[in-house]
Design a protein around this ligand. Structure first.
Ligand SMILES: [Zn+2]
Length: 320
């Protein structure tokens, strides 16, 4: 009897762990999400990940030990061959290399493969999502930072290993300070972290905004995507100004990448990208246009079709 191949995928994020269980046809059969533990180190995170996969597998009517494999999209420095993750700065006490693959394998049973979180999400959009009709793709993940992923002629492009850092393309020489320590990067204007720091500075200078009031009402500690979305709905001037600035930086960065590589498809994902969705992707399209060297053949720019599940779905593709 042919065994039905069911694989698990986990998107490990700074605030949440998203797990999905899929069959060969890439239909989600079960999904579960957990908050990312804020203490207890890598061990606590690995246990929460195993719990999320077990729950998703149960929904799919299988035991997690029967999965053909479990893929993980992880932040930080991922060594896929060694099965380790290091320098995951958004995760608790996670600077040293931690053997995540072998630990999860021990907890769950099946083989575990690791990939970079942004790259697996880009692969998912390329194989199954918004860019499936294209052979080259720039993925832009607009969230706390601005992540990037690149597929050229069907192959992931990482240069000598650390390429596709779209967020650190320089769009304003000598400009705003980026969380990476340099100046003028896309992320210095468009990253949610940098935007929050800028909003705080403006408030200290006496400018008014509803952003922090909305944050408190929502019981949040940070200006998360939903906070920005609500402030925009309420036509908060500071939110509009900072998002416009972000859109301009994203547009200039994307246009520069397209001028260099002539890519046909750009997918906008990430927390802010998927939350703000089409009207803002439309604004990004408009911001790209004036910078395009070949203006009459712009790239197709779309919202990530797989939304929030893209990272977890992409992680299952580590077994295809
Ligand atoms: Zn930077």
């Amino acid at each position: 009897m042919a065994k039905r191949q069911i694989t698990g995928g986990i998107d490990l994020g700074g605030t949440k762990i998203q797990a999905v269980v899929m069959d060969k046809g890439h239909e989600p059969l079960g999904e579960a999400r957990r908050p990312t533990p804020t203490d207890g180190g890598p061990e606590a995170v690995a246990e929460a990940m195993a719990g999320a996969i077990a729950e998703a597998a149960e929904q799919a009517g299988v035991n997690s030990s029967a999965l053909a494999g479990v893929g993980v999209g992880s932040p930080g420095t991922v060594d896929a061959d060694a099965g380790t993750v290091a320098s995951a700065s958004n995760l608790p006490d996670w600077s040293e290399a931690y053997p995540l693959a072998s630990r999860l394998q021990k907890l769950l049973g099946p083989e575990v493969r690791l990939g970079n979180d942004v790259q697996v999400a880009v692969d998912a959009e390329f194989e199954l999502g918004a860019a499936k009709e294209h052979d080259s793709l720039l993925g832009v993940f607009w969230g706390t930072g601005v992540g990037g992923g690149l597929i050229l002629s069907g192959q992931p492009w990482l240069g000598r290993g650390s390429g596709a850092e779209f967020g650190h393309m320089v769009v304003n020489n000598g400009g705003a300070r980026c969380p990476c320590g340099r100046r003028g990067c896309v992320e210095a204007y468009a990253g949610r972290g940098a935007m929050e720091a800028r909003a705080k500075k403006l408030v200290e200078k006496g400018d008014k905004t509803k952003l922090f009031k909305i944050m408190k009402e929502k019981g949040r500690q940070r200006l998360q995507s939903g906070v920005w979305a609500e402030a925009l709905e309420k036509e908060d001037e500071m939110a509009i100004e900072l998002i416009d600035r972000a859109v301009d930086a994203l547009g200039a960065g994307i246009a520069s990448a397209v001028n260099l590589l002539d890519i046909g498809a750009v997918v906008i994902g990430g927390g802010l990208g998927t939350r703000l969705g089409e009207p803002y992707v439309g604004k990004i399209r408009e911001a790209i246009e004036p910078h395009l060297f070949v203006a009459d053949d712009p790239p197709e720019v779309s919202v990530a079709a797989l939304g929030d599940l893209g990272g977890a779905i992409g992680a299952t593709l580590l077994f295809s």
